[in-house]
Design a protein around this ligand. Structure first.
Ligand SMILES: NC(=O)c1ccc[n+]([C@@H]2O[C@H](COP(=O)([O-])OP(=O)(O)OC[C@H]3O[C@@H](n4cnc5c(N)ncnc54)[C@H](OP(=O)(O)O)[C@@H]3O)[C@@H](O)[C@H]2O)c1
Length: 273
């Protein structure tokens, strides 16, 4: 039987690294791709992981370069996976970004960069890799409880995202936010200040839209929050370890009990609007 193939984005550190560690130490015979946009950081992480897991490995870990914002990088990786394995089983979209609270960049710059990675990057890499996911496969998107829209966005935005029937509608939502950040009228336009919140609401909406769009191909989609995790992104203030943070995404990537088509916080489905 051919091995199950897992791909984890942004896995050179933080929760992504924890997800690769958990998959490689629990799924028999799988091949897990630890991907990173920077080759040297990715290879160093692979080496560190190989050393720390040593004999506890149940599957194989391989490195491949992948920048989720770079169309060429995503296409090259998709072509490589198709050629090497004739497809993949699970894509974990973990790569993400948040500005520090003390960041000096303008609201427009913060909006463009954050949405560029968390929403457009996730959408781009998904567009290249979903076509090679085998029937029965999964996509797990590491979103955030910061993307829960209730009481943070105007009802008109909530209605738009919860019923989105095309990527274009979600694109319009994020573009409207970027414009409002530029015009400095986010509150009047029914948005929160935070670009991260907006990017993660869009990422949840994208995941659930894809779930509806690809159900006929037998692929399941999962949107989740890993909890508040001790990583660079949280300036190490999170109370969960990266192993604990990896638990929900890994569970969704592997368990028969995982609830798809919902937003899942620490293994429990919760309302996101
Ligand atoms: N930490 C939390 O409490 C928390 C809570 C809720 C949700 N999340 C989500 O969990 C995910 C992982 O967060 P984390 O806390 O582990 O953050 P982290 O430690 O900052 O790691 C982020 C990872 O994403 C990678 N990345 C960023 N842009 C990329 C791109 N264009 N292409 C490929 N990789 C890219 C980073 O690579 P570089 O090293 O090259 O920058 C890094 O490997 C994110 O989606 C985040 O929004 C985290």
């Amino acid at each position: 039987m051919s091995p199950r193939i897992f791909v984890v984005t942004g896995a050179n550190k933080g929760i992504g690294y924890g997800i690769v560690e958990k998959l490689a130490s629990t799924v028999d015979g799988a091949v897990t791709y630890l991907t990173a946009r920077d080759e040297s950081r990715g290879k160093a992480s692979l080496e560190k992981l190989e050393q720390s897991l040593a004999k506890n490995k149940k599957g194989e870990i391989r490195f491949h370069q992948l920048d989720i914002e770079d169309s060429n990088s995503c296409q090259k990786f998709a072509d490589y996976l198709k050629k090497t394995h004739d497809g993949i089983d699970v894509l974990v979209n973990n790569a993400g970004f948040a500005f520090d609270n003390s960041a000096k960049e303008s609201p427009e710059e913060q909006a463009k960069v954050t949405i560029g990675i968390n929403y457009y990057g996730t959408k781009l890499v998904s567009s290249k890799l979903i076509p090679i996911i085998r029937s029965g496969g999964r996509v797990v998107n590491v979103c955030s409880s910061m993307g829960i829209m209730k009481d943070k966005f105007d009802q008109k935005h909530i209605e738009k995202l919860k019923n989105a029937s095309s990527e274009k509608e979600i694109d319009d939502f994020v573009e409207e936010y970027i414009q409002a950040a530029k015009d400095n009228n986010r509150k009047e336009k029914g948005f929160p200040e935070s670009a991260y919140r907006t990017s993660k609401a869009a990422e949840i909406a994208l995941t659930l839209l894809h779930g509806r769009q690809y159900s006929n191909r037998g692929i399941k989609f999962y949107a989740c929050c890993p909890g508040y995790v001790n990583t660079d992104m949280t300036n190490h203030n999170g109370h969960l370890t990266i192993q604990e943070g990896a638990d929900t995404p890994t569970w969704l990537a592997t368990s028969d009990d995982a609830p798809d088509g919902k937003f899942v916080y620490l293994r429990k489905p919760v309302d996101w609007y």
